[in-house]
Design a protein around this ligand. Sequence first.
Ligand code: NAP
Length: 275
Amino acid sequence: MKLLDGRSMAAEIGRGVVESTERLRQNGIVPTLAVVLPTTDAAARSYVGVIERGAAKVGVRCVVHERSGDPAELLDTVDQLAANDGVHGLIVQTPLPSGLSASEIGTRIPPHKDVDGMNPLSLGRLALGLPCFAPATAAAVLEILHRGDIKLAGTRVAVIGRSPVVGKPASLLLVAEDATVTVCHSRTTDLISIVHEADVVVAAVGRPKMINKGFIRPGATVIDVGTNVTESGLVGDVDADAVASVAGALTPVPGGVGPVTTMLLLRNTTSAATL
Ligand code: NAP
């Protein structure tokens, strides 16, 4: 079984990001990512800390804007950052205050700063194959498959989950790679048989260790997007210990999709700074 090591992939991508940030700085541009944090949620804060540390390593300036859960204040902050020429990338960390939807906020993020693909326009452009920033987690799934030399054209892929941040955009990116994609969700009947047919399985469900050995066809590649905080620590949506004995390749949790996602956000920020 091949371990698809997200940490080493992120380090490799990071070397390219460092080159980009150095070039930008030589031209007087400091690539800057603004992160709006409208919550006291511990997991969200911890993730923002991960982004800050990653940014510091690759030379991206990361500015965190902590806000209360007041919707008007949050929208005002997003509008100001959207209009600020010194901000190249702009993300709003979830969970969002009640009463505000992700698409409502995303609409206020200009597509050229939308480094986590939150604007509905970005998803529309993705669907049409037009240049855009895809949600970083979905892009990370593809990045890992490419870097792991996993064949996609003509293969069968099962994506479990259809959220706008992971399942849906990952499915669009996989179709663009000529894979035949089945998108599964909570109303899918006979999930296990559908997933068992797949050459590549992308699990983005949010249910700890739900995908067990019985779901996986021998030799299949398994990308575990899940990040579930449990009493025994951070676990994926895949029962990795059991699945490892049957899968051909597997991403670990932690150390798989997460580090690549963070690095792609930073890479997108340097791309946004060159636009
Ligand atoms: P989400 O918005 O809650 O979506 C979960 C999806 O799973 C939904 O489409 C849901 O179906 C489907 N689902 C739920 N129970 C199911 C079941 N029993 N059988 C089949 N499908 C089922 O979650 P998300 O934001 O996409 O995140 C998914 C996972 O990825 C979470 O663990 C999250 O923490 C993780 N994540 C990781 C990263 C990273 O960087 N590593 C980033 C984002 C998210 P319905 O649509 O029918 O409800």
